[in-house]
Design a protein around this ligand. Structure first.
Ligand code: PLP
Length: 359
């Protein structure tokens, strides 16, 4: 006898991020900063007081209050998850029925399609315009045409680092029947959030995460923000103890440290700008060698002349202990510390100089 895996999972392999140790990690869009001492010591003091024998608070009350207070919204609109990844999986499995249509865009976060396929959802992928922007009109038309029950994409977008304005998003949300799930994982780096408007829509859910600007990818903590009806539905379908007590405790402390978070956020934005300007400078030195877009998130998207060249640059950097992300024709480079950016740019410039000398 032999057990046969079903079709939808038979060909799957585990997600494997880049492994190995690299001196400089600019590949995963994490924060390059470690947590400030003030936050660390408070977490340290709180840990022994956890009720280790008890289940965690299923509604993460203190945590959601701290998150809501940090962003100036009402905690009744907030649900916490084990990373926004858990919330994405839940939305695909519970807010859609088998065979329903999910509309997403490309390039965008690859996990959207993955969770859709696990949930046996019909996934329609809209290719972005030549300039990598999203055309809201085309999206509205596509949503109507396909009868999409859910629209899911990131804003600002991973991997392009481009953003769609609040006004465009409002128009989209009002023009479609499906649930618009707006993944604002990188919105701390930009200023077009719709967080404070969720109550005005019956079809908007916003996802946020502590993995990027908040600098805490390790604790796996994400949030969904939506009106009460949607929030209650989400709470009803999640597993009761989805966020463990360590994470609830650390997360609550994090969001209570407004000043430190704000300082980190500003610093990362400065580093992102510095990385972008340095890349622009090298681009001027080597005209036509790559395309680059003004970034809104904490990373920069670059398109060398071909996919082959993108791959060569990627491997050259890896050999020099610098990890970035290679995605087909593109490279995605996360903002690092001043020192990391200096080293990265030195290698980057050296690569183009060497190529020029070869030809
Ligand atoms: C990093 C990222 C997330 C965050 O996922 P977590 O599970 O909260 O770490 C969500 N969406 C996008 C587009 C991301 O890039």
């Amino acid at each position: 006898m032999s057990y046969v895996l079903n079709e939808k999972i038979r060909e799957l392999t585990p997600y494997t991020p880049l492994s190995g140790t690299f001196r400089i990690r600019m590949d995963a869009n994490e924060s390059y900063r470690s947590l400030p001492e003030s936050i660390l010591s408070e977490i340290q003091r709180a840990l022994p007081r956890l009720d280790f024998n008890r289940y965690p608070d299923p509604f993460c009350k203190a945590l959601c209050n701290a998150f809501a207070s940090y962003y100036g919204i009402d905690p009744k609109f907030v649900t916490a998850g084990n990373g926004s990844d858990e919330l994405l999986a839940l939305l695909a499995s519970a807010f859609l029925m088998k065979g329903d249509t999910l509309l997403t865009v490309a390039p965008d976060f690859s996990m959207y399609r993955f969770y859709a396929s696990i949930s046996e959802v019909n996934c329609v992928v809209l290719e972005k315009e030549q300039d990598l922007s999203i055309s809201v009109d085309v999206m509205i038309q596509k949503a109507r045409e396909t009868g999409a029950k859910m629209l899911l994409f990131s804003n600002p977008c991973n991997p392009t680092s481009l953003g769609a304005s609040r006004e465009e998003m409002r128009r989209l949300i009002r023009s479609v029947d499906g649930l618009v799930v707006l993944d604002e994982a990188y919105m701390d780096f930009w200023d077009q959030s719709l967080l404070s408007e969720v109550e005005q829509y019956d079809n908007l859910m916003i996802l946020r995460t502590s993995s990027k600007a908040i600098g805490c990818a390790a604790i796996r903590l994400g949030f969904a923000v939506a009106n009460e009806k949607l929030s209650n539905a989400l709470r009803a379908v999640k597993s009761p103890y989805n966020v463990n007590s360590f994470t609830q405790t650390a997360g609550t402390i994090l969001f209570e440290h407004r000043e430190e978070l704000e300082q980190a956020r500003q610093e990362i934005i400065c580093q992102r700008e510095s990385l972008y300007l340095e890349l622009k400078r090298v681009q001027e030195e080597f005209p036509g060698k790559y395309q680059i877009w003004k970034p809104r998130a904490n990373f920069v998207f670059v398109k060398p002349q071909s996919g082959r060249i993108a791959q060569q640059i990627y491997h050259y950097l890896l050999q020099n202990q610098v990890a970035i992300r290679h995605m087909g024709d593109y490279l995605r480079i996360t903002a690092g510390s001043p020192e990391e950016i200096r080293e990265f740019i030195e290698l980057w410039r050296k690569w183009f100089r060497t190529e020029e000398e070869k030809s």
